[in-house]
Design a protein. Structure first.
Length: 225
């Protein structure tokens, strides 16, 4: 991809945030040390390093973005929010990994898209921009909110074994994109979550074929694929 990008006007490498050094007290900045906790996040870290190396060596017009957890319509049913909606709709137990107290900074997909557009239009080559709302919520509260919206009882929650290499907290400092490019999130979490639940309830045709038993499995990493 970076080879092809040498003849393009702009390249943007976008990643989610699971590879920063785990920082307990403050959100991670764009140039904090990377310490991926599993092979998947390690591959994303490596891709970022390749992209930045091509910028330094060949002046490829690259900008890196790193975003917190996305949610919204058309998200694959394997992810926390759609899986919770679909399983709760069918009155199935809703799995939560470990204690359910993993902290996540959720961002609505359209806010992320707007941030990417800003970086494409005005971001500086060779720079890294974190994208986040600054509102951290434990997973258990997210699931409880979904159950309340749908009108299902909290006793559907089922605590299961934690996922291998599962990070306790994702937290990014997005002051740079806010101050340099004037981006700020527009969608409040609770209202966007209500809209997302409504979308999945009204568009079962989209997810029905994708939401197989394997995809909705409470602990999919234990299955043989």
């Amino acid at each position: 991809m970076v080879e092809a990008a040498q003849s393009a006007s702009r390249m943007r490498d976008s990643r989610l945030r699971s590879f920063y050094l785990r920082i307990k007290r403050r959100p991670a900045g764009p140039y904090d040390r990377l310490r991926p906790s599993n092979p998947y996040s390690a591959s994303k870290s490596a891709a970022d390093m390749f992209a930045l190396a091509y910028h330094r060596t060949y002046s490829v017009n690259v900008a890196i973005t790193r975003c917190t957890n996305n949610f919204g319509p058309y998200q694959h049913p394997e992810k926390l929010i759609p899986k919770t909606i679909i399983r709760a709709f069918h009155d199935l137990p809703v799995p939560l990994y470990g204690s359910g107290m993993q902290m996540r900074d959720w961002i609505y997909v359209l806010d992320h898209c707007e941030a990417l557009a800003r970086v494409m239009e005005a971001g500086r080559p060779g720079e890294i921009y974190n994208i986040s709302t600054g509102e951290e919520i434990p997973n258990v509260k997210v699931v409880e909110s979904i159950l309340e919206i749908i009108g299902k009882p909290r006793n559907l929650i089922q605590f299961v074994d934690d996922r291998p290499g599962h990070d306790r907290r994702y937290s990014l400092d997005s002051k740079k994109i806010r101050s340099e490019l004037g981006w700020t999130p527009k969608y409040a979490f609770q209202e966007a979550l209500k809209g997302t639940v409504k979308w999945y309830m009204e568009n079962r045709w989209w997810w029905r074929k994708q939401a197989s038993k394997k995809i909705l499995d409470p602990t999919p990493w234990k299955r043989k694929w």
